[in-house]
Design a protein around this ligand. Structure first.
Ligand code: ISL
Length: 564
């Protein structure tokens, strides 16, 4: 039965396009190269729009496309109104927008305004002398405090020109902009208007929770040093600044905003997305993808459990309540591949577990974001040595921990192999030709050697592929608004192998079931539930009888069912 959006008008959540849309994240550097340079480009995105349309994608978020020296792959912007040379020209960008409009797709760009590149003209001016008019565009101090950088080492670097230190929460090439300076804010708002006037429909705001700094930079206690990512989100003017951007920029345009609120605990996320506060539309929270990060040694992973996983999801939805909204993702360009992280990427379970995780991503009361290659079940990369890594998150900590003898090299490599952001950044696997069809040149980062087995060409027309399953899920997401707006109820937060939840809106009652184990399980439905019909199942299993009150789940089986 197809449900119309009108039928959910009465529900507490007002329907909007961006809640119903399925977003796809393109990491341009690794998506598709068209000129043999080995670096993905805008023309490559245009070339593959039909592929994304075929999958059912409504909107695309692209990682930074601006002029950058690429210390942090574009998250260090040298010129906010210029296109990264390797990616193409402004004409290419304009064509991307118009080609997307033709296909009824929308573009969300990445806004990196917590910091700029140290090569940005503002910083070049700022560092030149203490009385330069741009001095206060950044933070300068005579002495550093004990703030750590996200990429290892101190968050302060001494600049020889004036002998003062400047602040950088990330790499030293990424100095933090001083949001307390109204001129900085005005310049940034004008830049945002420039992109909106071009027809951009969305902004993903990079590390938005760190815009406001704690006045006078007091020393952190040892406990605060351990929790620095959360501490950095406690600036007193944060929400005032976000409301100001909303008032002066977002509210003047038809734009959707998604904040990367890294460091903010799930329970606090509502402050950013409660529509009555007029800040952002949705938030990316990180408790879920980082549930297995070791608190003291953040480069390491520890074991995770399904009850912990589902508790975080439960809390996420509880917190959003009827006034907030979230972006839902299980991987992105900063995290391991989802099938290697929460699934099982061994050959016998890769396809089944990739599909199971797809079921999870596309049935939440939040906007789903699919990271490029996730729809193919792309996996982590088999890294061997430190030279295999490009990620400044790995190379920075290597200097900090291994070169100083604090952590043995093999221990660090073993962990980084699993946690490195490079896992997600290897080139997209289009087909089984050389370099997986990504480029005719030398790819900037090595292609995963499993590309002959895992690639788009092989999956697009195979009805049993991960791609085809994602395509069906996306179609269901579009056809059944209850999957977007219905209430969410976890059936047993403590079950350690079957993740089951209902999505209900009046008489529309759905059950989602996912077996997180590589063994069969007989799952009696709790709460007197019984099945009316099967909507989709990720792999063949014994057919479900009408009114069934239990399910025999195959390893990594998942499904969506109508309930009586
Ligand atoms: O992935 C992380 C460290 O390895 C996170 O701490 C990450 O840096 C954090 O989520 C902020 O991420 C964003 O801003 C960074 C950039 O490197 C990331 O790619 C981006 O997603 C700095 O701009």
């Amino acid at each position: 039965m197809i449900q119309s959006v009108d039928q959910i008008q009465k529900s507490s959540q007002l329907p909007t396009w961006w809640k119903q849309a399925v977003f796809y994240q393109v990491y341009p550097r690794s998506f598709k190269n068209t000129n043999g340079s080995g670096v993905g480009d805008i023309n490559g995105i245009i070339e593959k729009l039909d592929y994304l349309k075929q999958l059912g994608i409504d909107a695309i978020w692209i990682n930074p496309h601006y002029d950058s020296p690429n210390t942090d792959n574009g998250y260090d912007i040298r010129n906010y109104e210029k296109i990264m040379e390797e990616y193409g020209t402004m004409e290419d960008f304009d064509r991307l927008i118009s080609e997307m409009q033709k296909r009824n797709m929308r573009l969300m760009v990445d806004v990196v305004i917590n910091h700029s590149s140290d090569q940005h003209e503002w910083f070049v001016q700022s560092r030149s002398s203490k009385d330069n008019p741009y001095r206060d565009y950044y933070f300068w101090r005579d002495e550093p405090n004990n703030y750590p950088s996200f990429f290892g080492g101190s968050a302060w670097t001494k600049d020889d020109t004036t002998g003062q230190y400047y602040l950088h929460y990330f790499a030293k090439e990424q100095p933090d902009l001083n949001w307390d300076n109204p001129k900085v804010r005005e310049d940034l708002y004008n830049m945002l208007r420039f992109w909106l006037d071009k027809g951009v429909s969305g902004f993903r705001l990079d590390t938005v929770a760190t815009f406001s700094k704690i006045p006078n930079f007091p020393e952190f206690t040892p406990e605060q040093v351990l929790n620095f990512d959360e501490e950095y989100t406690k600036g007193p003017h944060l929400h005032q600044y976000i409301r100001e951007i909303n008032e002066k920029v977002f509210s003047e345009y038809d734009v959707v905003t998604a904040g990367e609120i890294f460091g903010v605990p799930t329970e606090e996320s509502i402050k950013f997305t409660d529509h009555r506060r007029k800040e952002l539309n949705m938030a990316f929270t990180f408790d879920l993808v980082r549930l297995d990060v070791d608190h003291a040694e953040k480069w390491r992973r520890k074991d995770w459990t399904l009850p912990h996983f589902r508790k975080i999801i439960h809390d996420l939805h509880q917190t959003a309540g009827e006034h907030g909204w979230n972006a839902f993702f299980l991987d992105n360009h900063d995290n391991p591949r989802v099938v290697s992280h929460f699934g099982d990427d061994r050959p016998e379970w890769r396809v089944a577990s990739a599909k199971a995780l797809g079921t999870v991503i596309l049935t939440q009361p939040a906007t789903p974001f699919i990271y490029q290659g996730t729809e193919l079940g792309m996996t982590n990369y088999p890294f061997q040595t430190i030279e295999d890594f490009d990620d400044i998150g790995v190379t920075g900590f290597w200097k900090d921990l291994v070169e100083t003898g604090k952590v043995p090299a093999d221990k660090f490599l073993e962990a980084s192999k699993y946690t490195s952001r490079d896992n997600a950044r290897t080139p997209f696997q289009w087909d089984d030709t050389e370099n997986a069809g990504f480029t005719t040149g030398t790819p900037w980062l090595k292609v995963n050697p499993n590309y002959k087995e895992i690639n788009a060409a092989r999956q697009v027309n195979d009805p049993d592929s991960v791609f085809s399953y994602y395509k069906s899920l996306i179609q269901l997401r579009h056809e059944i608004p209850t999957l977007t707006y219905g209430s969410y109820h976890d059936l047993d937060l403590n079950h350690d192998s079957v993740y089951a939840y209902t999505r209900i809106d009046g008489d529309y009652k759905y059950l989602v079931v996912v077996n997180f184990k590589d063994s069969e399980i007989d799952y009696p439905l709790p709460e007197d539930l019984s099945i009316a019909s099967t909507v989709i199942e990720s792999s063949a299993q014994k057919s479900v009888q009408n009114n069934a009150t239990s399910l025999q789940l195959a390893p990594w089986q998942s499904g969506i069912y109508r309930l009586n």
